[in-house]
Write a new protein. Structure first.
Length: 289
């Protein structure tokens, strides 16, 4: 077993018949395959392959190696298969860190995960601070904006969030709908920031008079409550806003207001059954546009 890697490489060459195919299947360079075979033959003191232009041909010792290796790998594959079946009964807690506007959107995925794994508990956390995956503050994190660059994180695209301006029916009844891009006489709720990673916050800073901002907050729950109370016009994710009663879209969603979202996991837990199952449920979500 001290030479397991070399044995696996030699088995790959014996099955495929060529170094290039074995290298491609194993995901290594041709030179690595040659080095592994040379090291194994040197260790056992005999040739397993005859080298020629058409590829590698098994010697008598090589054929015996192939028979033993084939039985061994079949037994190992059977073992791994049984382990996978046994571990499919996922238990314990799965922590999903998300942002407030996304919570309702991902709830169907969480319910689907629970249907498949009734012995689990899902903890959903929301907050302004990003969950530190390296400290096990979450198993799966949903993040928006720029892609995380931490080398220990596995980052996958989730969905593109379309943002648009909305107002509650009570606001429209009192103030009417804006005419085109004329915002004169209208009130806004939001978080204007010319240097924000959120493009709609940049738009607010550049296009809305500060005196028209009747409520400013970085807390999305505060802004939603103000919007639903009819205090002013504000940005909301289109998919989420459509789930709220009496909100009306003021203008179409612009491409410049789109925000990318990401599924982020830590490399140490990314391949675990419960994390993979949760990721699969989240990726299966379909958002209306």
């Amino acid at each position: 077993m001290d030479h397991w890697t070399e044995i696996r490489t030699a088995y790959g060459v014996a099955r495929s018949g060529t170094v290039s195919k074995a290298a491609q299947e194993l995901g290594v360079h041709r030179a690595t395959v040659n080095r592994h075979i040379d090291a194994l033959e040197e260790e056992i003191g005999t040739r397993l392959f005859l080298r020629h232009r058409r590829g590698y041909e098994l010697t008598d010792a090589g054929r015996e190696f192939m028979e033993i290796a084939e039985r061994s790998f079949d037994m190992l594959e059977d073992f791994f298969g049984r382990i996978r079946v046994q571990s499919a009964d996922v238990e314990g807690e799965v922590i999903v860190a998300t942002l407030f506007p996304l919570t309702d959107l991902i709830l169907p995925a969480i319910l689907e995960f629970r249907r498949h794994h009734p012995k689990t508990r899902v903890r959903v956390t929301t907050g302004d601070e990003l969950a530190r995956l390296e400290l096990a503050e979450a198993h799966v994190a949903l993040r928006v904006g720029s892609k995380a660059t931490n080398a220990d994180y596995v980052v996958q695209p989730f969905c593109t969030l379309d943002f648009a301006l909305f107002a509650h029916r009570t606001y429209i009844d009192r103030h009417g709908r804006p005419q085109g891009q004329d915002w004169t006489g209208h009130a806004f709720v939001g978080n204007p920031d010319a240097h924000s990673a959120a493009p709609f916050e940049v738009w607010l800073a550049r296009n809305v008079d500060p005196e028209q901002l009747v409520l400013v907050s970085a807390n999305p729950k505060v802004l939603e409550d103000a919007l639903r109370s009819g205090e002013g016009i504000g940005f909301m994710p289109v998919s989420y806003a459509r789930t709220l009663p009496d909100l009306e879209q003021i203008v179409p969603a612009l491409p410049d207001w789109q925000v990318e979202s990401w599924l982020v996991t830590h490399v140490d837990v990314h391949r675990t059954d419960k994390v993979q199952s949760m990721l699969n449920c989240l990726k299966a979500l379909v958002f209306a546009t």
